[in-house]
Design a binder for this molecule. Sequence first.
Ligand SMILES: Cc1ncc(COP(=O)(O)O)c(C=O)c1O
Length: 391
Amino acid sequence: MDEETLLEIVKEYGVERPLFIIDHNKIRENYQRFNKNLPRVQAYYAIKANSEPAIIETLFKEGASFDVASIAEFLLVYDLIETWTKPESDFYIWDKIIFSNTIKPATTLKALKKYKPLVTYDNIDELHKIKKFCDTAGLILRLKVPDTGSMVEMGGKFGASPAEAVDLIKAAIDNGLNVEGLSFHVGSQCTNFRNYVDALVICSSIFKEIERYGLKIGRLDNGNKILDMGGGFPTSYTDEVPAFETLAEIINSELDRLFKGDYEIIAEPGRFIIGDAALNISRIQGRSRRDSKRFYYINDGVYHTFSGVVFDHCVYHFRTFSKDKDKGNIEVCTVAGPTCDSFDKISTSEQLPGELEIGDLLIADKVGAYTTASSTNFNGIPGAIIININT
Ligand SMILES: Cc1ncc(COP(=O)(O)O)c(C=O)c1O
């Protein structure tokens, strides 16, 4: 997004509230890059990364499917798709939505029952809950796989151990439920591509074991076994992130080696699709020197757009508009948020000009994922205005 466009947006919306600008050309570019490099894989965009309805619309038009984690997310996607597909209204739910939160409240399962959803599970108690409240569901067993080096690890909370897999599938079948396949998540922002290889090898050996035990799994409509590779595909926060093309090459060769025939491969990318497709503009509304260090207090913070500092283990960086770049020498500065919590510091080591003024603006790039999605209203301060461009 060039400065001229950004300044026009600033003129239109003002900067009393921070601005969160989503570039839909970039979303399309990311989705197409994913598709082109992983031709066997259908992307189910993980809307938890950013559930702005305009993003869902752009991706739906591109041919994406969706991963949801709550009944609210499910209904958001379902209702939108239903609107766009009317009057036919004939989309097949498993092709468009996966509910991949392995732990679901009973009320959610009851509400899902009429939709015959595709859901994940990873333990016996969840299986019994599904049997009781949503026996129309198709099941995917989520496995714990290595997540070494990923920015956000998943294995500590989710996934059955591979040793339990066959028993959990047998238990589902014995309960009269249908198991469609396996899933995993290598951890978010996974730059250790070995994790994907290990996960694919684990899944392949479990599919073989299932066959050896004579257990029948696969989609009810076409018999295909689903392999869901989850998310983790890294976005380009820094130059050091290895290229997606390299990862895709590794995955493709493992898919060809291990998953020939009646497998349907899906994935749930979140960050890769939206991470670098949005930026944030905030306003400096106070400044100070504390122990000679420059502090800028802006109108956005860790309780708002930059919630990823807390929940996503993410580091964000700031830059100025070019007209402000010579306002003092570059110094190591703290950029802090607007609330009364001293924890509300987005960065304590930003390289910025030391004499920016109250009213000047800061830009933070690549803030699309896990930011506004977990923004709060703490201190009664509203979050950023969401602006969609190039829709
Ligand atoms: C089950 C599941 N799928 C997909 C994702 C998206 O992951 P990412 O943003 O790393 O692609 C997440 C993220 O938390 C997840 O929990």
